[in-house]
Write a protein that binds this ligand. Structure first.
Ligand code: SF4
Length: 391
């Protein structure tokens, strides 16, 4: 059986950033103790309905701001998981953290509780860009938190960066990259700023208080990031992710994120969390209050449902095919293996998608590398255009 991954959503933030459309809430921190109890209940309910102890090899506390939980709460959640699932001895346990919310003491306690990977939202090294994004930290906080994380014992540290910020020039982006590289993390995730509908930033752009994002400039920034990463010993393994090259040549990737991109099963717990397991996709209720009240009267339901499930969708074979193409192509090194495709679906990749593949190869967005279909360098910039062809 393929091991599972567990995603835990912590939907609380001190302040909502201007570009954020995640399921997260500011000013609701008083709910955290009851939320943690509900989360533990949901974890237990899913385990009861699975019938046997499912193997688990990655756990990810995402948000929101999971670093708003204290180490005791994180430890309690991890103890609940290890009591009802079969944890691999080397389980990757990541916690997303906002630099401004961390202390050295907290990092030491998190490390002791079992967390072994910290993913920090740095986003930019410039105070004016961070202000525009309405982030609650500065570069000093990131540098300090990263140093504390290392001293506390974390040997796996990831930084998130954003490019394409209004008024950002390529020179400013280069300075952010240099500042981030100087911190020396093990892993980078980088995303172009997207204007999500209904966010304060999208409204400001609509009212022309801020300039429209420039896709050509964002493409140049992505190219620059790719070059800087490669020349500083980081290998790209996914459209938006780079890991440090180890002495054995392997890339230090995020095992948790690979689970999604390899279309392997994961359970999502918490308000608004998504899961995919047992042939179903699940999505939980969004509101933390409703999530807590639903879990008060928890009885096991057929796996993978829990009392918090708001949507349940059976995954069809066509869904699986489309998903394997999209998530597989995101892995820029691996791509989609035609052998694995045939083994899984009993048909040839070329027969199933011949016109699409031919067209995308002609447009120089896809290429064959042995039996693997992969994005070209140009294709990495136009990933969404490629993925649409396979839906
Ligand atoms: S810290 Fe992250 S989750 Fe919270 S509001 Fe900002 S971008 Fe959204």
């Amino acid at each position: 059986m393929n091991p599972f991954s567990i995603y835990l959503h912590i939907p609380f933030c001190v302040h909502r950033c201007a570009y954020c459309d995640f399921n997260t809430y500011a000013g609701m921190e008083s709910l955290i103790p009851n939320y943690v109890t509900a989360l533990q209940r949901e974890i237990e309910l899913a385990a009861e309905s699975a019938g046997s102890k499912l193997p688990v090899h990655t756990i990810f506390f995402g948000g929101g701001t999971p670093s708003l939980l204290d180490a005791e709460q994180v430890g309690n959640i991890l103890r609940t998981i290890s009591s009802c699932y079969e944890l691999y001895p080397d389980t990757e346990i990541t916690l997303e953290a906002n630099p401004g919310t961390l202390s050295f003491q907290q990092l030491c306690e998190l490390c002791e509780s079992g967390v072994n990977r910290i993913s920090m939202g740095m986003q930019s090294s410039h105070s004016d860009e961070l202000k525009l994004l309405e982030r609650m930290h500065g570069l000093d906080d990131v540098v300090q938190s990263a140093a504390w994380a290392r001293s506390a014992g974390f040997d796996n540290l990831s930084l998130d960066l954003i490019f394409g910020i209004p008024y950002q020039t390529i020179e400013m982006w280069a300075m952010t990259l240099d500042a981030a590289l100087a911190i020396g993390p093990d892993h980078f995730s980088m995303y172009a700023l997207t204007l999500e509908h209904g966010t304060p930033m999208q409204k400001r752009v609509e009212l022309r208080f801020l300039p429209e994002p420039d896709p050509d400039l964002a493409a140049d920034m992505y190219e620059l990031a790719s070059e800087r990463m490669e020349s500083n010993g980081y290998g790209q393994y996914e459209i938006s992710n780079w890991g440090k090259r180890q002495s054995n040549g392997e890339i230090k990737w995020s095992r948790h994120n690979l689970q999604y991109w390899r279309s392997l099963p994961y359970l999502g717990f918490g308000a608004g969390a998504h899961g995919c397991a047992g042939g179903f996709r699940t999505a939980n209720v969004l509101s933390p209050e409703r999530y807590i009240s639903r879990l008060e009267d928890g009885k096991p339901l057929p796996f993978p449902r829990t009392q918090a499930t708001a949507e349940l969708l059976q995954v069809t074979r066509e869904d699986e095919i489309g998903e394997m193409m999209i998530t597989g192509l995101r892995l820029v090194g691996e791509g989609v293996s035609s052998g694995a495709f045939r083994e899984r679906f009993g048909i040839d990749l070329n027969d199933r998608f011949q016109p699409e593949i031919e067209r995308l190869i002609n447009w120089e967005l896809l290429e064959w590398s042995g039996d693997r279909l992969r994005l070209t360098r140009r294709g990495r910039l136009l990933g969404n255009r490629v993925f649409m062809e396979f839906l």
